[in-house]
Design a protein around this ligand. Structure first.
Ligand SMILES: [Fe+2]
Length: 225
């Protein structure tokens, strides 16, 4: 029975990783983003003394947080200029779409909350519900800080990424506003060195894809068919 459960879990995990890869292949701007953001979130969670089970949910929620973007049209998802109000409304559906994708999977309950609530803000100005403070589950509050760190330090087509120092300053300035103060403090306790290590490790992890050609590979012929 236990072996069967283990096998099912592996099947789920493989499927979910495939979903994350599918999304990253489509949205190149977020290449490698999942690996880094999960690394940051876990480092914050460890500083806050989360249990193994919570860290596990945090990791899955992290990998899959933007999975709902699979349902957003390319014309909006890949647009590099400013979005219209209507386009913004459509892109803001992605947490709900993602929740629908994973909500039937029992072992992802905590992760589903992260997917649904990763754009909520501590001050109540986020979406989809405008939840405030501790009404946002802890894992989603942690994830929001990790996601911001990656967004600020990553290059975008229209701007270069900031340094880690500058990113930490920016996030600290939003402590108690956009972000949960406890989570911000934990990120500061993680510190620059560990953040650098996570970035480096993400580059070499199986979740990082540098260029499409790196992952377009063919298995040895005698092993297929
Ligand atoms: Fe998102």
């Amino acid at each position: 029975m236990q072996e069967m459960h283990q096998q099912m879990k592996q099947t789920y995990e493989g499927t979910l990783q495939a979903l994350t890869r599918a999304l990253e292949l489509r949205d190149h701007a977020t290449w490698g983003h999942s690996g880094r953001v999960v690394g940051y979130a876990l480092a914050i969670g460890e500083k806050m003394g989360l249990s193994e089970a919570q860290l596990n949910q945090l990791a899955w929620g992290g990998f899959l947080h933007d999975i709902g973007k699979i349902g957003i049209p390319d014309a909006i998802l890949l647009k590099t200029s400013a979005l219209t109000d209507e386009e913004l409304e459509i892109i803001q559906l992605h947490p709900g779409l993602g929740y629908v994708i994973v909500s039937g999977i029992e072992f992802l309950e905590g992760a589903a909350d992260i997917i649904l609530l990763h754009h909520e803000r501590y001050d109540g100005n986020g979406y989809p519900y405008g939840r405030r403070g501790l009404d946002i589950p802890l894992l989603a509050r942690i994830f929001a800080v990790a996601d911001a760190l990656d967004a600020i330090t990553s290059d975008r087509p229209y701007r270069e990424g900031s340094s880690i120092e500058k990113a930490l300053e920016e996030i600290l300035a939003q402590s108690g506003k956009q972000f949960c103060p406890e989570c911000v403090n934990a990120l500061l306790a993680v510190g620059k060195d560990q953040i650098l290590t996570i970035q480096e490790r993400a580059k070499h992890s199986e979740y990082y894809y540098d260029l499409p050609r790196e992952i377009v590979w063919f298995p040895e012929q005698d092993k297929v068919g």
